[in-house]
Write a protein that binds this ligand. Structure first.
Ligand code: GPP
Ligand code: MG
Length: 290
């Protein structure tokens, strides 16, 4: 059994049966769309991509090369999303600390560290993901500054007011926003920056659409309405400074991914329908901790 001192493991990562099921999902998850992309440059992302896709990769005649080029293009788009998020965290210095809530296999914290030189603490409910991410940080020789913890993002045990910036990259749909933002507000110093990229359902559509419900079932999550983000931020000392609708920007990623026969997971058409019927949005919100 690992102890708190050797891996950062604490005894209370899951707080409910639901959270245990979510942890089991991520402990077992080995989708090629995540592992094959990450292997390209050891940046393992658990989020989608943004920007114009180079669809000419689909015309590559050699089958092996075609697969590799599609994989590379999807990874480029996912990495562009991580860079966009990281660009909203600054200005940061190498002395600053950042907090990655729901860090997955660690790509986001590495991206922030490479861009800003900062210290990073990532938290995941999955012991497997934390172990994997720490091994990657050791391999890169950045384990002195980038650390991953098998902990609960709602109750991290990390130090109050110690963080200059924090974020959730597609992980808010697993938690109650009030509890989550209370923890970010506790961890961030005054004037610190919080950034979220998320899929949310569109209040103007009415309620969650069939497609949104299918996405919830696929990942065992509970997608919040757009309005709930702003209400919960206002209640937790987080004041939005920048809101960006990334829906249009993420559609090329899904159009390419749906044609990547070696990588599809089966959820691709549902995402495209959800975005195109107006029931679902891909959103970035940056907020200041006041
Ligand atoms: C992607 O992770 C994100 C989630 C599981 C959260 C749900 C996100 C929404 C915007 C609703 P991933 O990269 O592990 O997923 P996949 O295996 O499909 O690539
Ligand atoms: Mg993925």
């Amino acid at each position: 059994m690992a102890t708190a001192s050797d891996t950062g493991t604490v005894t209370l990562p899951t707080q409910s049966t639901y959270q245990s099921r979510v942890a089991e999902y991520w402990n077992a998850e080995e989708n090629p769309v995540n592992l094959d992309l990450g292997r390209i440059d050891d940046l393992y992302h658990h989020h989608y991509g943004i920007g114009d896709a180079d669809f000419s990769v689909l015309d590559e005649p050699d089958p092996d090369r075609r697969r590799a080029r599609i994989t590379g293009e999807l990874h480029r788009l996912e990495h562009a999303q991580a860079e966009l998020l990281a660009s909203h965290l600054g200005p940061l210095t190498p002395a600053d600390r950042v907090f990655d809530a729901g860090c997955g296999r660690g790509g986001g914290s590495v991206t922030a560290h490479l861009r800003h030189g900062c210290h990073a603490d990532g938290v995941t409910i999955s012991a497997k993901q934390a172990e994997f991410a720490n091994a990657q940080a050791r391999k890169r020789g950045i384990d002195g500054k980038v650390r991953y913890h098998h902990r609960n993002m709602l109750d991290t045990g990390l130090p109050t007011g110690a963080y200059a910036a924090s974020w959730n990259n597609e992980s808010t749909m697993y938690v109650e926003l009030d509890l989550l933002f209370a923890e970010h507000a506790r961890l961030l110093r005054r004037g610190g920056r919080y950034v979220v990229i998320t899929g949310c359902y569109n209040d103007t559509y009415g309620q969650a659409s069939r497609e949104v419900s299918l996405i919830n079932a696929h990942y065992i999550c509970d997608i919040h309405p757009r309005s709930e983000y702003f209400r919960a931020m206002a209640r937790n000392r987080l004041v939005p400074v920048h809101v960006e609708d990334l829906t249009e920007a993420t559609i090329p990623y899904w159009e390419l991914r749906r044609q990547a026969e070696h990588l599809v997971t089966g959820i691709e058409e549902t995402f495209l329908s959800a975005y195109k019927n107006g029931s679902f949005q891909y959103l970035l919100i940056a907020a200041d901790r006041v």
